[in-house]
Structures are given as structure tokens and as C-alpha cells.
Ligand binder design. Structure first.
Ligand SMILES: *Cc1c(COP(=O)(O)O)cnc(C)c1O
Length: 387
């Protein structure tokens, strides 16, 4: 379904995207041109920051942001264990040690209390991830960071347009990393990423690092790499950015619909919880159930495809399990394990049609009903208003 959703997106914005394509093709400029400059200033304005620097992908956005903060060998960086592995890989790529901490079960996001416990003399930064589109608890994270003199870097790869206390992600810390991978809330038609910040030094360093460490031609001040957001992707993103709020609003409506239709079946089915200061843009809508695998199979049999985010916590992936020196994890992380075992992301997308949303609701309710009749237990049925 993900592929067909991206085709729907193209069909919906076809005229504008085709214009963008023709504009770039006939300009003859494909890297570091005007489309990128314009996108950077438009996205900075959107996020509420002074600067935006377009890069090749979200992983590089994170890695270069860490490097621009002077974070590397002998430093520790705190990340949520419950995230896409790129958050951890960036820390490793920058040369620092990954310190995964546990999540708050209800919001899936990093647990500030666990952050405090994980701080050592070597800690330099915290990377809260706004997982599934919901901003992390930035008030608590900033309080801890200030107390210990740590940098805070947002991983905003799943949360373009989400707000915390009415401010957009990207502007909630010293810098933020975004991904424009096609299925993200703001997605390109290929790879892409960006760093947003109010810090002119960080912006200038990322700008050099993405371009061979060069600020002026044939002068190289940093050990950079080649990671630039190309002109075609920048031009496509400018089109999509104009529609982002509307696409996010469609996701919010679907989430509200799921909340309404699937609520009341606890503890058999837990719906995603929210931090009161956070307004999610619903990159994912993840429910939790002890019978996750059975629910997934039940829905698959009805042609409803769901995804597990993430089946194995990032720090337990072979890449880290077999490289113990890259990671410092002295405490068990039971919540992340539980989320890996029980959560299931239901279809949610700006272009998910009404009938498809209905089928999801029907499918999940059908599953709950079938479980109740299997178990002879009427309580969840009554609670869900199904009996
Ligand atoms: C997608 C994603 C990334 C990586 O972005 P890419 O553009 O795929 O490199 C980083 N962090 C999180 C939380 C993501 O979801």
C-alpha cells in the first residue's frame, strides 16, 4: 500500500511537480543551486529557525549535526532505545558512544527520568526523537540538559510540522535533523535531509561538512563528505511543503477517527497516548496489544497491511550486539522490549481513503470481537461498545 499511496501523492500534486521537474531540467543546474537555497529558506521559515541546511538524507543530517557540535570520540550521546536505528548509527558515525535509554510506554518517546540516570562525565548530548510524529517531552529534557551542560539535538525525521507548546519541531533545541525519505510526512521522491538551527556556527559547519568540508571553492577546512540535497529533490520538496499542513491535518483526522472508533477496549487494545504540550502529526498510529502478532495476521488476511515499529530495539540489533564497544547500556530497557513485542502501526496517511480507514476500524474491531468470543470474556466487548 505504501507504494500506491506515493503514486496517489504524485497524482494529486502532478501539475506542480511536473512544473518543478521541467524548471530544474531546463536550468541545467542539479546540485547546490537556487532551488536548494529557496527550499532552505522556506523550510527554515516553516520551522521557525534562522537557518536550514539541506543534506543528502536524515542519517547524514544527524551525523553532521553531532560533528558540528564538536561531538565525537570519547563522548557519550543519549538516545532513545525505541527509535529507528539511524539515530544510533549517527552517534557511532560521529565517533561517539551510544547510550540508549528507555521509553515512556504510553507515548513511545524517551523517558526523561531515565535520561537523568544515564548521564556520566562523558555525556555531551541528548537526542530526543519525536517518534511517530509526537514531540518528546522537551520541557523535561531541556531542564536536565541545562543542569548538566548538555547539547540537545532533535531527531525530527518523523515529525515535520508537529508542535510542542505551539512551537514547531526543528526549533525546539540547539539544532534538529530531518529526513525527507519518501514516506516521511514531508517526503521527497528519493533521499533527502536537512538540519535546522538558530546557531550560525552550527549552520556554517554543516554547510561545509556536507560539501567536502569546503566553504569556498578548493579551500577545505573540515574533513567533510559529499551529502547535498539535490536540486530536483529541493524543487519537489518546495511543492510538497506548501501542502504539508493540509496533509498533516488529514493524518490528524484519521488518528481522531481511530481514537474514537477503537477506544474503550483497554487493556486488550491500548491506543497511543499524548503529552499534553505536544501536537502530533501522526507519522504512525501505533496500538499495543499482547496479541500483536495475531492482530497483524488477522488484518493481513483482510488485506490490511500493518508494520511493526520496531520489531527489535535498535541497541539489540546485531550491528550493536556484536560491537559492545560502541554502546554503553548498563541498565535493562524493559519498556522498549515491551513496545517491540506489543506495538503495531495501523495504516495512516494523508491519502488513505475513507473506505480504507473504515476497513481498518472494522478489522481491528472484528479481531477484538473474535478474541472475546474465543475467551468467553465479555468485558472488553462491552467496553468497546461492540456487544
Ligand atoms: C527515517 C529516520 C531517520 C533517517 O533518515 P534517512 O533519510 O532515512 O537517512 C532517522 N531517524 C528517524 C527517527 C527516522 O525515522
Amino acid at each position: 500500500m505504501a507504494d500506491s499511496l506515493l503514486i496517489r501523492q504524485y497524482e494529486r500534486f502532478r501539475d506542480e511537480l511536473d512544473d518543478a521537474y521541467r524548471r530544474v531540467m531546463s536550468s541545467g543546474i542539479f546540485v547546490l543551486g537556487e532551488e536548494l537555497s529557496l527550499f532552505e529558506s522556506e523550510f527554515a521559515t516553516y520551522c521557525g529557525t534562522a537557518y536550514c541546511v539541506g543534506v543528502g538524507n536524515g542519517l547524514d543530517a544527524l551525523t553532521l549535526t553531532l560533528e558540528a557540535h564538536g561531538i565525537g570520540a570519547s563522548h557519550e550521546v543519549i538516545v532513545p532505545a525505541n527509535t529507528f536505528i539511524a539515530t544510533l548509527l549517527a552517534v557511532t558515525r560521529a565517533g561517539a558512544t551510544v547510550v540508549p535509554v528507555d521509553a515512556i510506554e504510553d507515548t513511545f518517546n524517551i523517558d526523561p527520568d531515565k535520561v537523568s540516570e544515564a548521564i556520566t562525565q562523558r555525556t555531551r548530548a541528548i537526542i530526543p526523537v519525536h517518534l511517530f510524529g509526537q514531540p518528546a517531552d522537551m520541557t523535561s529534557i531541556h531542564a536536565i540538559a541545562e543542569e548538566h551542560g548538555l547539547a540537545v539535538i532533535e531527531d525530527a525525521a518523523q515529525a515535520h510540522g508537529a508542535t510542542f507548546k505551539a512551537r514547531r519541531v526543528g526549533s525546539l533545541a540547539s539544532a534538529a535533523a530531518f529526513s525527507f525519505y519518501p514516506i516521511k510526512n514531508l517526503g521527497a521522491f528519493g533521499d533527502g535531509g536537512a538540519v535546522t538551527t538558530d546557531d550560525s556556527d552550527v549552520a556554517a559547519r554543516v554547510r561545509r561538512l556536507r560539501n567536502y568540508g569546503s566553504g569556498e571553492k578548493y579551500r577545505h577546512d573540515d574533513i567533510g563528505l559529499n551529502s547535498r540535497l539535490d536540486e530536483l529533490q529541493a524543487a519537489f520538496l518546495r511543492v510538497k511543503l506548501r501542502h504539508l499542513d493540509q496533509m498533516n491535518a488529514a493524518r490528524v483526522r484519521i488518528a481522531q477517527r481511530y481514537d474514537h472508533a477503537l477506544g474503550g477496549a483497554e487493556p486488550d487494545l491500548r491506543l497511543p497516548g499524548a503529552h499534553p504540550d505536544a501536537a502530533s502529526v501522526w507519522h504512525q498510529y501505533a496500538v499495543r496489544t499482547q496479541e500483536r502478532d495475531a492482530l497483524q495476521a488477522y488484518l493481513a488476511a483482510r488485506s490490511i497491511s500493518t508494520i511493526i515499529h520496531y520489531p527489535v530495539p535498535a541497541h539489540l540489533q546485531p550491528a550493536y550486539a556484536s560491537n559492545a564497544s560502541l554502546i554503553s547500556c548498563s541498565r535493562p530497557l524493559p519498556v522498549s522490549k515491551r513496545l517491540a513485542d506489543t506495538s503495531l502501526s495501523l495504516p495512516i496517511d494523508a491519502f488513505l481513503q475513507d473506505a480504507e480507514q473504515e476497513a481498518v476500524i472494522h478489522g481491528v474491531r472484528g479481531f477484538l470481537e473474535s478474541r472475546v468470543s474465543d475467551h468467553g470474556n465479555q468485558a472488553p466487548l462491552r467496553a468497546a461498545g461492540l456487544s
